[in-house]
Design a binder for this molecule. Structure first.
Ligand code: BV8
Length: 254
């Protein structure tokens, strides 16, 4: 395991990316931190330092108190509605285009629900935990963009009289099967695996890091802090994704 403290380590990772054809990338809330969106588990500032996830981000909480849970997610949306992609999102989109132009691919597997990878130019994003930009009727399954949801009262309801909830994966809910299948295919076929801005504690998403490590492909963690995976990945680049990713892209082009 190496760290960014030695610039030639970032040069080595840039070389890995330069030579890779298929790259799989797992991203978490840290990817959007530089866009001003709070993470979950950072001490003091994280959402879970102020709210109890089991009261708000759990399927049982939604069943027990749909008003509070839908209000909280509407508040979460209000915090990311004006957020802009940061240089990390844009660099990842450039990396994906660079590899696609060369006949390869970059599969972005995100735990984030803010849609910023797409706004930043990346395509075919695998939304492991869904998206706050889509809300779903619990009665009919009908999906609608958040801008078409009437938030004059909570929980919001559809014309069919069902509760409208965000199309996200709450604790205790299965991830979408098509996302699980796409993620598995990407990790099983990648030459290099990146884990960026995630504390690597939420499963099954964090399990993709274990899977990449078990395949023996080079694995790179980009995070200002250590995580439970830091000691197991091939390279740990200590720094914010909004700085490290553009630096890697710059070096790949040199
Ligand atoms: C399920 C909702 C089963 C959307 C979220 C083993 C296997 C399977 C499941 C489990 C298991 N063990 C436990 C479980 C249950 C549970 C789980 O994982 N619990 C954990 C907490 C122990 N998992 C589940 O419930 C999953 N479902 O397994 O279903 C099942 C089976 C059959 C039938 C029914 C059910 C569902 C998991 C998804 C839950 N939904 N959120 C939302 O509100 O956003 S989880 C939540 O955590 C978000 O999705 C978030 O993305 C995710 C992970 O957090 P991170 O993204 O990593 O964010 P965090 O704040 O933790 O870390 C930020 C990192 O960024 C830090 O490391 C920080 O240093 C770094 N950083 C900061 N600044 C920067 C930076 N990095 C780079 N640059 C910067 N500038």
């Amino acid at each position: 395991m190496t760290d960014i403290a030695h610039p030639h380590k970032i040069e080595h990772v840039a070389e890995l990316l330069r030579n890779a054809t298929r790259i799989a990338v797992l991203t978490g809330a840290g990817m959007s931190a530089e866009s001003g969106i709070e993470t979950f588990r950072q001490p003091q500032t994280g959402l879970w330092a102020r709210y109890n996830p089991m009261e708000l981000a759990h399927v049982d909480a939604l069943a027990r108190d749909p008003k509070t849970v839908t209000e909280w997610y509407h508040w979460r949306f209000s915090k990311c509605a004006d957020a802009k992609p940061n240089p990390g999102h844009e660099a990842l989109a450039r990396l994906q285009q660079l590899k696609r132009d060369a006949g390869g691919d970059v599969a972005v597997l995100t735990q984030n629900i803010d849609g910023l990878h797409q706004v930043g130019g990346a395509r075919d994003i695998v939304e492991l935990h869904g998206s706050i930009l889509r809300w779903r009727c619990q009665k009919t399954g009908e999906m609608r963009p958040i801008r078409e949801v009437d938030f004059s009262s909570f929980p919001p309801t559809s014309e069919a009289g069902g509760v409208l909830r965000p199309d996200i994966v709450l604790f205790g809910e299965m991830l979408p099967i098509d996302a699980l299948e796409a993620a598995e295919r990407a990790v099983m076929s990648c030459d290099v695996f990146l884990t960026i801005g995630t504390s690597a504690v939420v499963y099954p998403a964090a399990g993709y890091i274990d899977l990449a490590i078990s395949r023996g492909v080079p694995t790179v963690e980009i995070n200002p802090d250590a995580t439970p995976m830091t000691g197991s990945v091939s390279h740990a680049l200590r720094g914010p994704s909004g700085a490290v990713l553009p630096e890697l892209l710059r070096r790949m082009r040199d």
